[in-house]
Structure formats: C-alpha cells, structure tokens
Ligand binder design. Structure first.
Ligand SMILES: Nc1ncnc2c1ncn2[C@@H]1O[C@H](COP(=O)(O)OP(=O)(O)O)[C@@H](O)[C@H]1O
Ligand SMILES: [Mg+2]
Length: 290
C-alpha cells in the first residue's frame, strides 16, 4: 500500500476539539493481521464480479423524489471499538458525518470499509462506544452483498410489492421500468436475474421511498456502464448525505466531497472530493478499477 507522506487532516473551522485529540481518529493499530498474506486470502475468497454485457433496452432514468430534510448531524460515532474474534478493526473511532457531506471511504481490501458502513447502518453493533443517527435521518443502505438477500423464487414485481404493499400496481411498474425492467421482465424470478439486474432491483427497493442519507457499499460492481451512468446522474442531484465505498474512478470523482482513507495508521481525512485527494496525494485510491 502506498503511504501518504503528509496526510492532510481535515479540521473544520467550527471544530472546537484540541488538534491533539485528532489522534482519536485513529481506528486501528498497525497489526500483523493487516499484512499482505491475509489480504491475499481475502481477495481469493471474493467472488469474481461479472459485468452485465451491454444490451439494447430502454434507457434507465430515475429522479429522486425530494426527501424530508435531516438534521445537521447525520451520524455520529463516538469511541467506537469493533473487532471480530481477536482481530481489532476499530479502536476508539470518532467520526461525524454532517448533512450534505458525500464521504467516500477508501482503503485496501480488508481495511474495514464495509464494517464502517455496517456500523453506521446498524447492521452490526459496536463492541463499545456509540453510533447515533441524527434527527429525521432516513437511511437507504445498499450492503455489499445485498443482492444475495433477494428471495430467489419471488419475481421482480413480487419483490417490489412485498416491500411496498400499499403502493399501486402502476407506480410499482413505473418504478421497475425506471430501473430497466420493462413489460414482462417484471415477471422474472430473482434467481434468474443477472448481477446487474439484481443490483438494479436492490436500488429500486432502496430509492422508492426516498431516503435523505444513502449508505452505499460498492453499488456499481455489477452494473453495466449505462446503468452506472444513470445512477451517477441521479445521485449527483441527490440533495441528501452520502457515505459510500466504490472502486470506480468516475463514481468517486463525480460524487464525493469528502474522503476518508482507512490506513493501518488510522483514518486520514481529506476535505474536498476524490479529485482533490488524487491531486494532493499524487496517486489514485487503493484497489481502483481501471
Ligand atoms: N462477520 C465477520 N466475521 C469475522 N471477520 C470479519 C467479518 N466481517 C469482516 N471481517 C473481517 O474484518 C476485516 C474488515 O472487513 P471489511 O470491513 O469487510 O473490509 P473491506 O470492506 O474494507 O474490504 C477483514 O479482514 C474481514 O475478513
Ligand atoms: Mg467491503
């Protein structure tokens, strides 16, 4: 992993904490378990991503319905400890995400990106410390393996209907259509969907009832280019807050305005988005897809 010689610590003007305390941003210590052999094993275990082949279909278009505005503090992590078995991932993590921030989380495989998003989403509990959501926060969470949770025997339409039983047939059909399922395609069972189709269905589930805080863990992995561009377009006009992991340069550059990089020495924070991170560090994110 490349090292940053002079990490720029992002301090807000209104941040009244003693700069010394920024040491508490360090989530985990350098440990032998973070070294290459472990990461190599993790890599091998990961599924090979298949990108959908391009095909002719109606272009996907989705606009966000306006979500109610959240409070200024969207999520606040204080003194969070998290480990698995004996392995420490976070040790005294403090992190505040504010309204309209779009934070991308960078780091090598196994650095703890998904763990951070799961903590924020409430999908896992901290061993110690607190994770507090702000007032009126309405979260949409796209887990890294969300697609695996679809019910194989249910059709696309049944899946949407199950999630929104009070929505009308017409509005569910137009939701499906907006995510590229036209006509009879809504009758397809989830088990026969391609990776990209599953990702689009999960997106539709997440965005129908508009959230004001999106927590997205590698949402574009299985998407074809057209759908990815649609999603970037839709998200760039999203008025809420985002915390996301992506290895896609365009996604990162188009959508982030704050960077959190997980390193063995702790979290390095950069004000400004991904493009500024590249300019300041002189390199791209670890694990970026070409
Ligand atoms: N449920 C779990 N049980 C045990 N170990 C886990 C679990 N989830 C993640 N880990 C381990 O914690 C480390 C961080 O994982 P993760 O947050 O998924 O990293 P990233 O998303 O940055 O690749 C990895 O070494 C991973 O193997
Ligand atoms: Mg992950």
């Amino acid at each position: 992993m490349q090292r940053i010689d002079q990490p720029v610590v992002f301090v807000r003007h209104d941040d009244r904490r003693d700069p010394q305390q920024l040491g508490s941003l360090r989530p985990f210590k350098a440990r032998a378990s973070h070294t290459a052999p472990v990461q190599g094993r993790v890599k091998k275990l990961e599924k090979i991503d298949r990108v959908e082949p391009p095909k002719r279909r109606q272009s996907v278009a989705f606009d966000f319905a306006p979500a109610p505005r959240s409070g200024e503090d969207v999520v606040n992590l204080r003194g969070v400890h998290k480990g698995y078995g004996g392995r420490v991932i976070y040790e005294g993590l403090d992190l505040l995400v504010r309204r309209r921030e779009r934070c991308c989380v960078l780091g090598v495989n196994g650095a703890g990106k998904s763990t951070l998003l799961r903590l924020v989403a409430g999908a896992t509990e901290p061993d110690a410390g607190s994770v507090t959501l702000g007032g009126s926060v309405k979260m949409g969470y796209f887990a890294q393996h969300a697609m695996d949770l679809l019910e194989g025997e249910s059709s696309v339409f049944e899946t949407l209907e199950g999630a929104f039983p009070r929505a009308g047939q017409g509005s569910l059909r137009s939701l499906a259509g907006a995510f590229g399922f036209s006509g009879d395609e809504v009758e397809k069972r989830c088990r026969v969907l391609s990776g990209g189709e599953k990702a689009r269905l999960v997106m539709a589930l997440m965005l129908y009832d508009p959230p004001n805080f999106l927590v997205l863990d590698e949402p574009t992995n299985h998407l074809d280019i057209a759908t990815k561009e649609m999603l970037i377009g839709a998200l760039s006009s999203f008025e809420g807050t985002m915390l996301f992991v992506s290895h896609d340069r365009h996604f990162l550059a188009a959508l982030s305005n704050r960077v959190l990089e997980l390193t063995p020495e702790g979290i390095h924070q950069y004000g400004g988005g991904y493009t500024e991170y590249v300019a300041r560090t002189g390199h791209e994110a670890p694990g970026l897809h070409a």
